[in-house]
Ligand binder design. Structure first.
Ligand code: DAH
Length: 374
């Protein structure tokens, strides 16, 4: 290339500078400018941090920068040369600005990637995130309900805040029964109203002490024959210890038909126990008393597979044939219908199934405990 060429080109990297009519002053300036830009592009390649970029920027366009110095030299040019050189300097400045913004983007990208860590490969198999699971009490409840479904029972529910009538009177539990004592039952203030359990007159509302109240609600709402199981939360004024909790769970059972007998009761409970604890488990009905059943029994379970509780009779639920007074209270004729009922504690069953020795584990939400039931 001949230096005298008008608008010849000095080519470097991605930047081209036209060479204009050469005079003694402008030619070296053009060359320095071209060199400066070329060098900047080269240096930029190794810049990694903001600090390096700032220093780099200062070296070129700072007060003592190379481009700034070149611009000051403009004064030495002739009047005709100045606009030509001015244009070239502007282009060079633009090129440096573009270079700096590209550099900044590159640095920002690197900073973001550094905080994000290694890039993700979406085709890799996922790291197993801990899957949620049901609480051991929910697992036990579902297992129990599934067993009774096999016998044609369906699930029924009732309110946790219950009227005294549904919880006690209708179930043949007289006003002087100890269960109705303030010491045993949690009563709600007289001013409290519940849409699910409207009061009759001045009667009290209680936190239900058992799920037997669902027997009453079912009998009032449905016509026999019926077979229901009612799982739910119950409340008593109990001091909390390894086997007592003021808040616990029961599953109630009720079967009403024309000729329900003790043989049915035994059959249903034996099936439940064998399904739950294995075919070697046996049951025994021991006479007892509940106001809402006649006769009443405690059902004991014995199994060789219960760890240190193996081969011992263990009391696990109350049961009996529905007392005729309960049927009458719910508008049924005891001559026409009979029934069986039972009520078991969910915690008790779960504790036996899993060898848990303290009821409080169920309510503490300690993941070390809960994860054992995944
Ligand atoms: N409701 C009783 C309790 O909480 C348990 C019970 C006993 C339920 C006998 C019944 C039954 O249905 O027949 O202790």
């Amino acid at each position: 290339m001949r230096p005298q060429d008008d608008w010849g080109l000095i080519v470097f990297g991605c930047f081209r500078l036209p060479i204009v009519s050469a005079t003694a002053q402008i030619l070296p300036m053009q060359q320095s400018l071209a060199q400066l830009v070329a060098q900047a592009h080269q240096e930029a390649q190794v810049i990694k941090t903001r600090a390096e970029m700032e220093a780099f920027k200062a070296r070129i366009v700072g007060p003592n920068g190379s481009l700034t110095a070149l611009m000051k030299n403009m004064a030495t040019l002739s009047k005709e040369e100045r606009p030509v050189m001015g244009k070239l300097i502007n282009e060079a400045k633009k090129s440096i600005e573009d270079l700096l913004s590209a550099l900044l983007l590159k640095i920002e990208d690197a900073e973001i990637s550094a905080t994000l860590g290694a890039p993700l490969d979406p085709t890799l198999p996922a790291i197993d995130s801990p899957a949620g699971q049901h609480h051991p009490l929910s697992q036990t409840r579902e297992r129990i309900l599934a067993t009774f479904r096999k016998l044609g029972f369906t699930v029924a529910e009732g309110p946790e805040i219950e009227t005294e009538w549904h919880c006690f009177d209708a179930l043949n539990t007289p006003a002087d029964h100890p269960a109705r004592d303030m010491q045993d039952t949690l009563y709600l203030p007289q001013s409290f109203q519940s849409a699910d359990a409207p009061r009759r007159g001045q009667e009290a509302l209680v936190l239900r002490t058992h799920t037997s109240s669902v027997q009453v609600r079912t009998l009032l709402n449905r016509k026999p024959p019926l077979r229901i199981v009612a799982p739910g939360r119950c409340f008593r004024r109990d001091a909390v210890d390894a086997t007592h909790s003021a808040n616990f769970h029961q599953v109630e059972g009720l079967w009403i038909d024309h000729h329900v007998t003790l043989a049915d009761l035994r059959g249903v409970l034996d099936f439940f126990v064998k399904e739950t604890f294995g075919p070697e488990a046996e049951i025994r009905l021991r006479p007892s008393f509940f106001p809402f059943t006649e006769p009443s029994f405690e059902m004991d379970l014995r199994s060789p597979n219960l760890g240190r509780l193996s081969n011992r009779w263990l009391e696990i639920m109350g049961c009996g044939l529905v007392d005729p007074a309960v049927l009458k209270n719910c508008g049924l004729n005891p001559e026409e219908y009979s029934g069986l009922a039972f009520g078991l504690g969910l915690e008790r069953i779960a504790m036996l199934l899993h060898g848990i020795d303290d009821i409080r584990h169920f309510y503490q939400n300690d993941l070390r405990f809960l994860r054992q039931f995944a």
